[in-house]
Ligand binder design. Sequence first.
Ligand code: C6P
Length: 416
Amino acid sequence: MEHSVERTYFIETVRADFPILNQEHHPGVPLIYLDNAASSQKPRSVIEAMDDYYRRYNANVHRGIHKLSEQATAAYEGARVKIRKFINASSKREIIFTRGTTEGINLVAQTWGRANLKPGDVVLSTVMEHHSNIVPWQILAAEKEFVIKYIPLREDGTLDMDVYTRLLNEGGVKLVTVMHVSNVLGTINPVAEIARQAHAAGALILVDGAQSTPHMPVDVQALDADFFVFSGHKMLGPTGSGVLYGKRALLEAMPPWMGGGDMIASVRLEGSTWNELPYKFEAGTPSIAEAIGLGYAIDYLAEIGMETIQAHEHTLTEYVLERLSEVPDLKVYGPDADRKGAVAAFTFAGIHPHDVAQMLDAEGIAVRAGHHCAMPLHDYLGLAASTRASFYLYNRLSEVDSLIEALYKARKAFYR
Ligand code: C6P
């Protein structure tokens, strides 16, 4: 049993629920999975729930009068109810299924953005955003001629809130679109305060919750987010699942994005009318097994408790930052553990981040190297790339020790 989790949950019991973790990465070398910010592993309950759908009640939803379709619809809509509760939305009509964070942001850009942004308006974002919260706005700005401004960072990798306030005061801001937790720096942004100021300036706020929802309690009403998006695959669920939350009045007023089956009330050759929420934004046959799987992932997380998971990850973050600070020639990016999620992006002077990742892989340790879909942030930091270790509820403190040991080994090999 590990010291940090004795108080919270028995980590070996959790690990036993994840079949993939119990394997050798190379002959005789156990897998240490530290690429959770890219995608998490899946517990048996999620894998089995999806298998069960395909084996026992595979059918389309909202369409058939037969028993299988009714069962599939109940499971699919049941997942929506679980998600509503998990993020404390006020109605299940505010929960739109998407394929992930990227699709959610593009949906808002192409519906709310297309209908509301005009030349001279300002969309305010940050330099730490993932590409999925930059490119959709750039694509639309090229057509609608609004301006995108970016909040810079302070030295410690947190947002410069003074500049934020100043940019809001310059006027014209219609939307603030900001990540909750950085996938590189780990910075936890003060989203409730950002929302408060945005609303006072007459702007809406979109929160990219891809790296927060898996790791901490999220309450969209407490944050007062107008839109909140996240991906299922980073929170124990399957790829191809995700959520756009939007305040009901906003979603009601927005035009649909994709047209097709299920999103209509009636179709005539002369024109069509739209279905009620949330179906207006769910055209075509959805990812049914994936939505059901996401529901089971939420059951799993809720059973342990998001506060408990956050506490365990905080211990891991404190420990990894402490141990990384001992390694010579290594620089970690982002704030201290109290303002950071369980993500450690670092560089080794003189060693390419990809080489570091490759040497770690040889030791059984899976990490990511590159720009992590945050090229502007890497430009801002003066880096081409970084190596990133990212943790989750099933990671042990001893895996941090293995990481550090492997980094010393890599250093010895390169500095020889
Ligand atoms: N970040 C990472 O390794 P999708 O691909 O749609 O599920 O999520 C996109 C996305 C959006 N915002 C943030 C903050 C993210 O971290 C991600 C995905 C992965 O960091 C893959 S690039």
